[in-house]
Design a protein around this ligand. Sequence first.
Ligand code: FES
Length: 98
Amino acid sequence: MPKVQAETATGLIETEAPDGKKLVLTIEDAGVDILHRCGGNARCTTCRVEVLEGDPGEMGELERNRLAMEAELAPNTRLSCQIRVHSDLKVHVVNQAS
Ligand code: FES
């Protein structure tokens, strides 16, 4: 199973994900209170992460168009609700409820 590392406000967490699991749910199931206010519909951007290592896969049109509406995002910014985990990843979680 792919390994996922996530930098959070309280430190680095490590978990594994079944191939194809959504990244946002992988992070949440590991105990991180990552925001995802629109329910994974690429509308709110609260679930965004910065990809530090690994290949998150191609960006879809929905995600690309939504991120294009935001100013001053890091170039490695992605919407975790739009990423299916297929290989090892390390990300920084941008927004948490706490
Ligand atoms: Fe809203 Fe990902 S949960 S954009």
